[in-house]
Ligand binder design. Structure first.
Ligand code: COI
Length: 353
């Protein structure tokens, strides 16, 4: 299928690369295509970024049949633009499609669309240290219908925008509240899919944690409220003695691409990484014994986010003396070094635009 291109006649003013926030500014163009039952995905096109008019009864608004991805493009020091593992994002998009009964997309076409869109808006890729172009592909149900069933029509869009750090703390450690009241997901639910409902489910706990002075919550399993799952918008790792532990993918945890990349990097350094169940009690015990060396979150938006403090019930645990842990710093340097092409890419993660 040919991707048609219509360029904007009114390019927007670009923000300065300094002091960029996250997800507030959008580039000049977007990708769009439609799905119609019996016809499949059709009419791929890149058009000026702008509002779309919809019938108020479209299904996504009522029942949340929608999925999304998040990835980034980076400007290198020699002014090239590259993307990090976009093939993995397109693969995961299709896994989310399966869980939400959305028709799969052609990954090759989606990769071509990503590349073309970022190329057209390459001047929007910021150049200040730590900044990037955030890319948000998403699909949603568009049937104007109030019955509950999978939609027969969908829209697939990709929008982009320049971003800085997701957390105001940047690489400084964040304070995390261990949530033992609300749950994000349960086994058999939609926790492993990148879908709006999981984020809607997280809002109340996040709001309460913020009111208490924390940045995010650490979710525990939905059945026993005992085993660690993930942090707000990140997967999570704990360094206990000489073992690096991250919760195993059990169906209610998001299979993060940064998570996967960190596991691959850590193992390539000869370090022991275990993907296994880990209880919050085990973390507390390790902390008391002085074995909990550090903890950090991983995510596309957040990159590596060291955890400086964990609060569970009435226990406050300070990690790495509230400073950036050694391993968090090493992972951040290596990962961002590969992403900005300042370090070799032995794994073939970088896709030139
Ligand atoms: C990402 O890290 O790209 C995410 O999707 C998290 C997002 C909810 C900000």
């Amino acid at each position: 299928m040919e991707i048609k291109i219509e360029l904007t006649k009114n390019p927007k003013e670009k923000p300065s690369s300094e002091n960029l926030g996250f997800g507030q500014v959008f580039s000049d163009h977007m990708f769009m295509m439609e799905y119609t039952e019996g016809k499949g995905w059709h009419d791929p096109r890149i058009i000026p970024y702008g509002p779309i008019a919809y019938d108020p009864s479209i299904m996504v608004v009522h029942y949340g049949q929608t999925i999304f991805e998040g990835l980034k493009a980076y400007r290198t020091k020699d002014n090239r633009v590259v993307m990090f593992r976009p093939d993995e994002n397109m693969k995961r998009l299709n896994q989310s499609c399966d869980r939400l009964c959305i028709p799969r997309i052609d990954e090759e076409l989606a990769l071509e669309a990503l590349k073309k869109l970022v190329d057209i808006d390459r001047n929007w890729v910021p150049d200040a240290p730590g900044t990037s172009l955030y890319i948000r592909p998403f699909i949603y149900a568009t049937d104007p219908y109030l019955g509950v069933r999978p939609s027969s029509t969908y829209h697939f869009l990709i929008i982009t925008g320049p971003v800085g750090a997701y957390y105001k703390e940047g690489l400084n450690p964040v304070k995390i509240y261990v949530e033992s009241n609300y749950v994000r997901a349960v086994a058999g639910g939609i926790g492993a899919a990148k879908t709006a409902g999981n984020y809607a489910a997280s809002l109340k706990a996040q709001q309460e944690a913020i009111e208490l002075g924390y940045t995010q919550v650490l979710w525990l399993d939905g059945v026993e409220r005992k085993y660690v799952e993930e942090v707000g918008t990140m997967n999570v790792f704990f360094v206990i003695g000489d073992e690096i532990v991250t919760p195993e993918l059990n169906g209610s945890i998001l299979p993060g691409i940064t998570r996967k990349s960190c596991i691959e990097l850590l193992r390539s350094w000869g370090l022991k990484v275990s993907e296994r169940k880990i209880s919050i009690q085990e973390i507390c015990d390790a902390n008391e014994k002085g074995l909990l060396k550090e903890a950090f979150g991983t995510g596309t938006a957040a990159v590596i986010s060291p955890i400086g403090e964990l609060f569970w019930k009435d226990q406050r645990m300070t990690l790495s003396g509230g400073r950036i842990g050694e391993l968090s710093q090493r992972l951040y340097d290596e990962l961002t070094g590969i992403q900005y092409c300042e370090k070799p890419d032995p794994f073939g993660w970088i896709f030139p635009v």
